[in-house]
Design a protein around this ligand. Sequence first.
Ligand code: HPA
Length: 280
Amino acid sequence: MNSEDISRAVDNAATALIPRIKERLGNDQPVAAVTMGSGLERLADVILDPLEVPYSELPGWPNPTVPGHAGRVAIGTLGGTPVIGLSGRVHLYEGGNAGRTAFYVRVMGELGVQILFLSNAAGAIREDWQPGELMLLTDHINLTGNSPLIGPVVGAENRFPDMTVAYDADLCDIVRTAAAQQGMTLREGIYAAVHGPAFETPAEIRMLRSLGADAVGMSTVPEVITARALGIRCVAVSCLTNFAAGLVERPLDHIELLETTRLVEKDFQRLVEFSVARFA
Ligand code: HPA
């Protein structure tokens, strides 16, 4: 697709959402988009009276193919703040152009959303952390070998976005404060994004640790790159669903990882709700 085709597709999806946003939020503008990662789609439950729109009803919107990814937009308020919840995302490993992972971020940009709160499931590389803990992303390492920005510059996007502060310092502080007020343990660290879909080998995990990564996952980074190109501020939290490969003897299993997200979803919901309440 050329730049005009992408802009038109983004515009069409935004145009389809605008009347639904108006229907639910009236004249209020959605302040933040909240992306719910693998197994965390029940975050949508804390959105008050959500108006839900399946991705399949939105023109050009890629549909997730992975269990644990519902595939709908939920418009409502979260902690009193007008938000657009995104229940499910597509990953690079689902195939096609990397721009598919960025489509919804471009639509959020078109709608004037200024904050992107991302969640994901990730493997813990640190031996002193525990599955079930939450980690605030302070930075990332993009090891996907890909970028959603490859190709023509779309609209007003920055060709060379600055990534010095990819995760907004003020938003990170809000999440830290929310965790402290809730008495929650919130780890902080660096997320290594890999392409997947195979989990890593123990040797790859040793390599990632030596590179300075604290957690590993297959999402989030394409979206953050796109958001930064659009000037959208980002904050992201991982649910550490497992010890990364080789840290324990057990083989990794996607369904088991989803089960770990169930154990922490209430904590996750509270953290996101209390944080987003302060975004307004
Ligand atoms: N590796 C990559 N992605 C993941 C993991 C992991 O261990 N856990 C959850 N997502």
